[in-house]
Design a protein around this ligand. Structure first.
Ligand code: PBG
Length: 324
């Protein structure tokens, strides 16, 4: 029953045949483009470790969103670089905050894009941690109310989805409660459920100016060695009311993406993070990798592992490459 009866190469002979039997069909339908909103007008400040990515003021964000929509991409996720930072991330909850204003402006521009907002404190605290500090530690419960207020302010501005990335225990429930209390019971939560403490966030911390000023994030983000624990985190977030979950980063955690996909029947996202992007960009710039083939293979791999939604800085390029 094997060779010469079976010859798998028969179905690889032409592009027509390969296309017919392709198991993973890449489309832009699940790609989300991350963007960084900063104060001011007419600001477009490139991020050196992420070629092609910039910190942009609200007016520029709206312009790029038009481009993103025209490319056929379904949505964006917004991160904020506030005008001021303090110990409790006060600027993250204000109606006049950068992200809130950006969401309003995108809404006003009548774009159909799905607007996701990242809910976290690290970009807004002067110490750069994702929660408030009590006795030298990142305090879990004292952080929840601030995250909930931040999510509510995003909802009021017109966000379509809020996405908590802080990794505090109980934050999905706190956000769900707060939203429901204010008549936002129809606003979905995309939980960064299995977010690992990763070296691959390095370039993002330049982009979002969110490097912790002391210590690291290991007391709240997950240990890269753990996969079973990811299933527990996902189960807890779903119990608390998450509508969708995310695994992050993507490439070193394809096994986790696959295990979450097999165990849970909810939409799942994967974040192809800044460091994954920077590696490809650096290698391509040196002529060491073919950027287009590399990126399409990476996105295919993440989708094949089971992700429905992929957050990626490559989204605009992928849309151009896949355009008919
Ligand atoms: C904020 C947050 C981070 C990322 C998304 N949300 C950084 C971090 O936890 O340090 C990383 C995204 C990327 O690297 O592209 N909590």
């Amino acid at each position: 029953m094997s060779f010469p009866t079976h010859r798998p190469r028969r179905l690889r002979r032409t592009e027509g045949l390969r296309g017919l039997v392709r198991e993973t069909r890449l489309t832009t339908a699940g790609l989300i483009y991350p963007m960084f909103v900063c104060p001011g007008t007419n600001v477009r400040q490139g991020v050196s470790s992420m070629p092609g990515v910039a910190q942009q003021s609200v007016d520029q964000i709206v312009e790029e969103c038009r481009e993103v929509e025209a490319l056929g991409l379904p949505g964006v996720i917004l991160f904020g670089l506030p005008e001021s930072k303090d110990a409790t991330g006060t600027s993250s909850t204000q109606p006049q905050g950068v992200v809130q204003r950006a969401v309003e402006a995108i809404r006003k521009a009548s774009l159909k894009l799905v607007v996701i907002t990242d809910v976290c404190l690290c970009e807004y605290t002067d110490h750069g941690h994702c929660g408030v500090i009590e006795n030298g530690e990142i305090a879990n419960d004292a952080t929840l109310g601030i995250l909930a207020n931040q999510a509510l302010s995003h909802a009021r501005a017109g966000a379509d989805i809020v996405a908590p990335s802080d990794m505090m225990d109980g934050r999905v429930a706190a956000i769900r409660d707060k939203l429901d209390d204010h008549k936002f019971e129809n606003l979905p939560i995309l939980a960064y459920a299995a977010k690992y403490s990763s070296a691959f966030y390095g370039p993002f911390r330049e982009a979002a100016q969110s490097t912790p000023q002391f210590g690291d994030r290991r007391s709240y983000q997950m240990d890269p060695a753990n996969a079973r624990e990811a299933l527990k985190e996902v189960a807890l977030d779903l119990e608390e009311g998450a509508d969708m979950v995310m695994v992050k980063p993507a490439l070193p955690y394809l096994d986790v993406i696959r295990r979450v996909r097999e165990k849970f029947d909810v939409p799942m996202g994967a974040y192809n993070v800044s460091g994954e992007y920077a590696m490809v960009k650096a290698a391509a710039a040196n002529g060491w990798l073919d950027e287009r083939r590399t990126v399409l293979e990476i996105i295919t791999g993440i989708q094949r592992a089971g992700a429905d939604i992929i957050l990626t800085y490559h989204a605009k390029d992928v849309a151009r490459w896949l355009a008919p």
